[in-house]
Design a protein. Sequence first.
Lengths: 299, 245
Amino acid sequence: MSIVLIAARQEIKSLRREKLAQALLIVFVGMVSLSSFIGWLTKKNVTAIWQKVKYQGLTTAPNPFANVPDLYYLRNTVIYLVLIGALLAIVLGVASILRDRKAHTADLILTRPIDSRSYLLGKLMGIGLWLTTILGFVTLISWMSIALIIGKALAFGDSLHLVAFFAMSLIFLLGFVLLGMICALYSSRETNALLLPISLWSIITFVLPQLGTADHPVSLLNPVPAIANQGGAFSILNSVFSPLSTTEQFKKASSSILGNPDFIGSPTVGITVLALALMVGTFVLLTSKRDRLRRTLDE
Amino acid sequence: MENVAIRATGLAKAYGEKQALHPLDLTINSGEIFGLLGHNGAGKTTTVNLLTTLLEPSAGSLEVAGFDGSRQASDLRRAIGYLPENVQFYDNLSTMENLHFFARLSGIVKPESRIREVLKYLNFTGHDNERLGSFSKGMRQRVGIAQAILHQPKVLFLDEPTSGLDPVGVRELRDVIVSLNRDLGMTIFMNTHLLAEVSKTCTSIGVLRQGQLVYHDTLNSTLLSFPSEESLEEIYLQIDTAKTT
């Protein structure tokens, strides 16, 4: 068995027994599972209000949900992935590296006839497989719950879009796993190892999009991507900082894949940015000095 | 020449201006139990980290079990076992799961039977499926020794192996070290500051002070060289003082 596979297997074994990762996982799966139900409830309430208003002759506008695509019910999942999913990914990445640094097992591992890059790649692969299993499970739940809401099986095309959305989500989350792993490798304190990637996540999610949009941070919790403010400086800032915000790119690509009527555009740019972030993160991880893995924590 | 297990030639380590280990020339023959003595911060762990290829030397060369430290690092690692000081292992995994992982990393294809064999040899059976989080320091050290010898290394490095153990644990571990050397012919390099441990297990000793090897000889020769001293502790203090003044 190759070192990559040995490390991946060990990572999965450890993840299955880590309480913080388990707690976040339960919250994540629970919220994603509820997402479709919330979407259905929203549709039901809005339609009821619209019917009442129309009956009173107060509007002639069509039901806002009349032409909503079936995958609309997944829109809340996008924001759960950006918030809880990304944090879960960071925690998994940090825990993966700190486990060896705290327990001094890195010294044992690095005195074995192995390449430290293979070991780190195996860890990443282990977390990736674990996330794939979770996202696979979530895909299945989402498919079934949407089918229940619309009263029929999802069309083949929509099913493909659903799978594509969760595949892209895996790339998006792996970027944050890498962020956690790298921060844990380079931090000298355990607290910094977790605080640093969470701070970076908040910058990526809230600060960078704000620079080009001047949006209120709360509005960035909306699954619909932030729109660039039509001012000279804002347009420039948006074109500079928007590609750096992987969360906004994820939201844009998700909106496109899920057929969100509020968003017009291709998912190509978003997916490319996410793939680039994954490649850069993997490069930084694998070119880190092996000594980083065994540095004693200051605390 | 073939009898040499460890050879360091001008082996040195510096961190910027600080010289952690001054050029070290040391030869340890196969079958020896070598005890490296020294105060805290004398450079003992740095020496072990260099010899196990965990650290890259600033100068000099090393050879362990016939393999060059820079050109044949992977072969060298295959030939050594290592138990660092204060290793914790994976608390939420069982003895078997921990050892399985390290056995795989060492290239053992079917680890189960080998793990059981080693645990039986170390008289540590009945704990296979218990998680290490509930283990005492002594039990962890047993697991530590087990992971270090799973792949039948030629040279075993132990960094303060009895640190934190109770007297019974110290005695048991000492017996294990002696039997590994006697039964399996392993060369053992042991860092320690416990002189009683050295006098009961080692065949040769070295004294490191402020990163410099100030003494190296067999234990018997050492005892003969200092006939007026009553114990190894007195001898150690005399060596240390002589070099200090």
